[in-house]
Write a protein that binds this ligand. Structure first.
Ligand SMILES: Nc1ncnc2c1ncn2[C@@H]1O[C@H](COP(=O)(O)OP(=O)(O)OP(=O)(O)O)[C@@H](O)[C@H]1O
Ligand SMILES: [Mg+2]
Length: 259
């Protein structure tokens, strides 16, 4: 049976350049509710840019971005193109919560304050309710005892889990991860992978940029290989990672395995 609901995130034939540098050259992808899509590719292939175009942190020059079937309304052409409807932009951005490689926690706020800040200020949630929800999410990611600690008092893996709790506390429709484990030592990395795997198991919609092929194989249903701003190959992890068809993906995977 086909799913009648539109994808949570969809992009169609997206083009993005920085000046004369064409970073995305006609990329289309979508994630339906519960889909976990991973983006892989060499450094500079456009993965972060693509993720940032999805939640409108970056403008694109051509192509469509749709959130739950609703197309972003643009004004202007080419390099001047930008979203016209501010309410739509905020709705999309708050519904596609991003988790960054470098955690981006506020160093002067406790973990609890970090997690409740946006729900209270952006979503205008009641502070007590936001705190109760924050404590629940911090417990879920395994750091319920760190509510009153400052980020500097946490390990990298704990900081990243706090950042994931912060993203979850926005009750987003999808989570966007940009290399969530690359700043971490291998043993701390596993703590974060476990959390992401649990989120995938709950049926959360996620787009994940990663260099970790094991995580891609483990958590995602669909893998997209970007090469120089185009999708070179895509498919289920069993096909894409175990039986790559294109020479470029074969080379990329052997380099990744040797690293
Ligand atoms: N703000 C910017 N201004 C100009 N060029 C940029 C900007 N951001 C990215 N680029 C360029 O766009 C290209 C794609 O960058 P992007 O960060 O999307 O790559 P990536 O696939 O995420 O790489 P990595 O694996 O190293 O994170 C690169 O050539 C990069 O130098
Ligand atoms: Mg990147």
């Amino acid at each position: 049976m086909t799913d009648p609901a539109p994808p949570v995130i969809e992009i169609r034939d997206l083009h993005k350049a920085y000046g004369r540098l064409e970073v995305l050259r006609g990329v289309s992808l979508s994630a339906r509710k519960g889909n976990v899509v991973t983006l892989i590719g060499s450094s500079g292939s456009g993965k972060s840019t693509l993720l940032r175009c999805c939640n409108l942190l970056e403008n694109s020059q051509r192509g469509e971005v749709l959130f739950e079937g609703e197309p972003v309304e643009w004004r202007g052409e080419g390099a001047r193109r930008h979203p016209v409807d501010r309410a739509q932009l905020i709705r999309i951005r708050t519904n596609l919560s991003m988790v960054f490689q470098q955690f981006n926690l506020w160093s002067h706020m406790t973990v609890l304050q970090n997690v409740t800040e946006a729900p209270v200020t952006v979503l205008k949630r009641d502070r007590e309710e936001a705190e109760a929800s924050a404590r629940a999410y911090l417990t879920k990611v395994g750091i319920g005892d760190k509510c009153d600690a400052y980020p500097a008092q946490l390990s990298g893996g704990q900081q990243q889990r706090a950042a994931i709790a912060r993203a979850l506390c926005m009750e987003p429709r999808a989570l966007l991860f940009d290399e969530p484990t690359s700043a971490l030592d291998p043993e701390l990395e596993q703590e974060v992978v476990r959390v992401i795997r649990a989120l995938a198991g709950e049926g959360r919609t996620m787009l994940i940029v990663t260099h970790d092929m094991r995580m891609a194989a483990d958590v995602s249903g669909h893998v997209v290989f970007l090469h120089q701003g185009r999708i070179e190959e895509e498919g289920p992890p069993s096909e894409l990672l175990d039986a790559p068809k294109t020479r470029r993906l074969q080379q990329f995977l052997s380099a990744a395995a040797a690293a």
